[in-house]
Design a protein around this ligand. Structure first.
Ligand code: NAD
Ligand code: MG
Length: 416
């Protein structure tokens, strides 16, 4: 079973706290050379906000974005980046003129985003959304340094292949997703065999209490209003369908030394407890924090140290209570569909992710309803299985080929 971090297993990619204390003092004080892939997104903004609060700790190397040239240029100037890369070549001229005379190098195109991920750095924040982040995140892993992984799709669609890449290069993988950051902290140095269960929490999204009839009519605007977290559009819709939790179960399967049946999701509307790890002695270790991604991002950047964040502190008395409930698989079938894909293995999670990306975009474009998202993904998985698409992915190119075919399939099965 593949797993990347945590426990005292021989496969742990991260050095432990004791070895950190043996490092020479200079290594602790030298600024961390940091690149941010997806700098204009929600995770990118939170990451650069931490850089802004700790200017002495970081030296920004490369920043990338897909199409927002003016935002990218402003960030590159603010953080004195060495390189700014825009994915869409149509925005190259704009970026170049905005950065003229600054000394910041400029490039454009998907190949240039990948090259930015290879630009020598101590840590690469992989925060491009979707399967579009796979090639750049793999490129980042090739450096053999630290990869702070927000792009969950990399583990969902190409888990074993990505971890093999991490192994080959000797890179350190630090989870950024809040639940996985929490599990990483809760597991600490516990040995793999002592972990009974990992329980990821889900807020339940904006429609947690909605009846099925109400779900039929919800709009993209309503779905984009997450009760606790401020995130990009794709992950916000996934939180509303609970597909996000399904993707995160698959992510956890690859990150931690557990079998699929040892992973669970529980609805926790306050989003204060991010994950619970149940041990064989009956202990349950949990990590709590205000729902703000700057806390797990700070950990991924600074670990094994910690750095201060401006995140509001928890006030347990004001919170009064924390509640937990079982997910409702009837109203939110996406979680079960993702679990089936995890159990099926092979390329099933890649098909799941690709079909879901297409279905979520169709919902955001008002071409399908909220309740059409999960059945579209389920139909794609059935078709992919029938056509033998689920088997045999050994390389990143194989995964991307399956991803492409699943997208075509999803467009064909979208309800009209
Ligand atoms: P976002 O939509 O806010 O930002 C995405 C970033 O990726 C932008 O900078 C955009 O320019 C870039 N991008 C988009 N398409 C691209 C392409 N084809 N090529 C290159 N760059 C491209 O997304 P986000 O919410 O910041 O999420 C980023 C990743 O982090 C996702 O994988 C998400 O699941 C994960 N994540 C996000 C949160 C959160 O709170 N936002 C929490 C946990 C995990
Ligand atoms: Mg999460």
């Amino acid at each position: 079973m593949a797993h990347a971090v945590g426990a005292s297993s021989s496969t742990a990619r991260v050095s432990d706290a004791e070895s950190a204390s043996e490092r020479p003092a200079a290594a602790l004080t030298a600024p961390l050379r940091l690149s941010v892939l997806g700098a204009t997104g929600s995770i990118g903004a939170s990451t650069l906000d931490l850089v802004h609060h700790h200017p002495e700790r970081f030296e920004v190397v490369a920043l990338t974005a897909q199409c927002n040239a003016s935002r990218l240029a402003a960030l590159a100037i603010q953080h004195r980046a060495k390189l700014a890369v825009i994915g869409e070549e149509a925005h190259y001229a704009e970026l170049k003129s905005l950065l003229a005379g600054t000394g910041i190098r400029v490039a454009a195109g998907a190949g240039a985003v990948e090259a930015a991920a290879r630009e020598p750095a101590d840590c690469i924040m992989a925060a491009i959304v979707g399967a579009a982040g796979l090639r750049p995140t793999f490129a980042a892993a090739e450096q053999g340094r630290r990869v702070a992984l927000a792009n969950k799709e990399c583990l969902v669609s190409a888990g074993d292949i990505f971890l093999a890449q991490i192994d080959r290069s000797g890179a350190e993988l630090l989870p950024v997703d809040s639940e996985h950051s929490a599990a990483f902290q809760a597991i600490g140095r516990t040995s793999a065999g002592s972990i009974e269960k990992i329980i990821l929490t889900a807020s339940g999204g904006p429609f947690r209490t909605f009846a099925k009839e109400q779900l039929q009519r919800v709009t993209p605007e309503e779905a984009l209003k997450h009760p606790n977290w401020s995130m990009g559009a794709k992950v916000t819709i996934d939180s509303a369908t609970l597909m996000n939790k399904g993707l995160e179960l698959i992510e956890a399967f690859h990150l931690f030394p557990v079998a699929a049946h040892q992973l669970e999701a529980v609805v926790h509307p306050q989003s204060v407890v991010h994950c619970l790890v149940m041990m064989e002695d009956g202990s349950v270790m949990a990590q709590l924090s205000h729902p703000d991604m700057r806390t797990p991002i700070a950990l991924a950047l600074a670990w094994p140290e910690r750095i201060a964040t401006p995140v509001p502190r928890l006030d347990l008395v004001a919170l009064k209570s924390l509640s937990f409930e079982a997910p409702d698989h009837d109203r939110f079938p996406a979680l079960g569909i993702a679990t089936e894909a995890l159990n099926r293995g092979g390329a099933a999670p890649a098909v799941l992710n690709a079909a879901n990306e297409v279905a979520v975009q169709a919902f955001l474009d008002r071409r399908i309803g909220f309740l059409d998202i999960a059945p579209t993904v389920a139909r794609c998985l059935e078709k992919a299985e029938a056509q033998g698409l689920i088997n045999g992915v050994a390389t990143l190119d194989d995964v991307l080929a399956v991803d492409g075919e699943a997208r075509t399939m999803a467009r064909n099965v979208l309800p009209s």
